[in-house]
Design a protein around this ligand. Structure first.
Ligand code: DP6
Length: 331
């Protein structure tokens, strides 16, 4: 059977950093994100005896090595759940440039889970799909199943069955919210999130404080989103991002994901704020910066970012819908 899913990428406002179980991808801290309206992955998966071996094609190229291993391990899990052993072909494309400095693993993992589950004949609800997307290897994929604003619960159980993401307001609740994704550096990062967070958990002396304070950050931002209180969301998201980077900096060996241009944008955003521009930043495990603002000042903030010579591109996004199955297949 063949199925195709479209899944969006997302940006964490309270970050996920650190796993209490590597194999099951269980986070130490509950985290919170916004799903993008732009930037998504489309994936078609077919299980068929016509395929003699598993084949994974991403953006027109057959992949092997780590990328292939990650997908085929995820698909093995789905085959086991469905009680099948049939080989599969997977074709996947991103609608955003792969080298634009954005992780496509959240959208890729969610699209892979949804398409493979449907192609294998599994009938899963959103919670089960989120758990399955989490197991893609990129934990943030668990959040991409849902649209709008989403919380991924860390859960307490050892088997991970209570560690799933769920929507708390949909994409229409706060339509004016904007995330301007700036492209600064298009190189792939040297240390993946999975490797980096493992080192942090083992060696960073501040890690317990992170886990403890992230709880409060989730509560503060959740409430601020419900109240549409932009200042509270921005302040808390920026602070939470800096706390995560403080962990990274104090990991051994240290993880400095920023480049000089990252710091330039951080300082520019803070300087604009002191001029009365309501904008905040957040940064993942890489050099690119996402700037939070509202529709009212979107044009102004985007123009300020584009005027900086270090900025290669600005992608303007707002809350969007979650992953869904579609009828049009890629092959
Ligand atoms: C810093 O393992 O979910 O983006 O980096 O895409 O492999 P990839 O994803 P994942 O780690 C995400 C870490 C983070 C914070 C976040 O998105 O919560």
């Amino acid at each position: 059977m063949k199925a195709t899913a479209i899944a969006p990428s997302n940006i964490a406002l309270v970050k996920y950093w650190g796993r209490r179980n590597n194999e099951l991808v269980l986070p130490f801290n509950t985290n919170l994100s916004m799903t993008f309206d732009k930037m998504y992955t489309t994936t078609t998966i077919e299980f068929s005896d016509a395929h003699e071996r598993d084949v994974v094609i991403i953006n027109g190229k057959e992949v092997d090595g780590d990328k292939f291993a990650r997908s085929s391990k995820h698909i093995d899990l789905i085959r086991k759940m469905a009680g099948i052993e049939t080989r599969m072909k997977m074709v996947s494309t991103n609608n955003f440039p792969t080298r634009a400095g954005f992780a496509s693993s959240a959208s890729g993992g969610a699209a892979e889970a949804m398409a493979a589950a449907a192609a294998a004949g599994l009938k899963l609800n959103d919670r089960e799909l989120s758990i399955l997307a989490r197991r893609s290897g990129s934990g943030s994929a668990a959040r991409s199943i849902h649209g709008g604003f989403v919380i991924w619960h860390r859960g307490e159980r050892d088997d991970g069955n209570d560690s799933y993401a769920e929507q708390f307001v949909d994409e229409n609740y706060w339509k004016e919210f904007r995330v301007l994704a700036t492209v600064l550096d298009e190189r792939e990062k040297k240390v993946t999130s999975a490797e980096g967070m493992e080192d942090t958990v083992k060696t960073c002396p501040y890690y317990p404080t992170w886990v403890e304070t992230a709880k409060k950050d989730v509560e503060t931002i959740r409430k601020a989103i419900l109240d549409r209180d932009f200042k509270a969301v921005g302040e808390t998201a920026e602070h939470n991002c800096l706390k995560m980077h403080a962990l990274m900096l104090t990991t051994r060996p240290s993880l400095i994901y920023w480049g000089p241009e990252t710091i330039e944008i951080m300082k520019a955003v803070q300087a604009w704020r002191s001029e009365g521009v309501h904008a905040y930043f957040t940064i993942d495990a890489g050099p690119n910066v996402k700037v939070l603002c509202l529709k009212d000042n979107q044009e102004d903030v985007a123009a300020r970012l584009r005027a900086l010579p270090i900025v290669k591109n600005v992608i303007e996004t707002q809350p969007g819908p979650g992953a869904r199955l579609v009828d049009e297949h890629l092959f």
